[in-house]
Write a protein of this length. Structure first.
Length: 57
């Protein structure tokens, strides 16, 4: 199950360098996780100040 970034994202960029598979990129309003590449490690969620990355349903 991949992670997704919710609208709580403040576009700070803390998550992007933490991703071991480089599946996080900057979007227009928030960062975006490529679900096809995400390995569900949670590294992004560990560093996010707003808890925006959450496991996808």
């Amino acid at each position: 199950m991949a992670y997704v970034i919710t609208d709580d994202c403040i576009n700070c960029g803390a998550c992007e360098p933490e991703c071991p598979v480089s599946c996080i990129t900057a979007g227009d309003e928030k960062y975006v996780i490529d679900a096809e590449v995400c390995i569900d490690c949670g590294a992004c969620a560990d560093v996010c100040p707003t808890d925006a990355p959450v496991p996808q349903d």
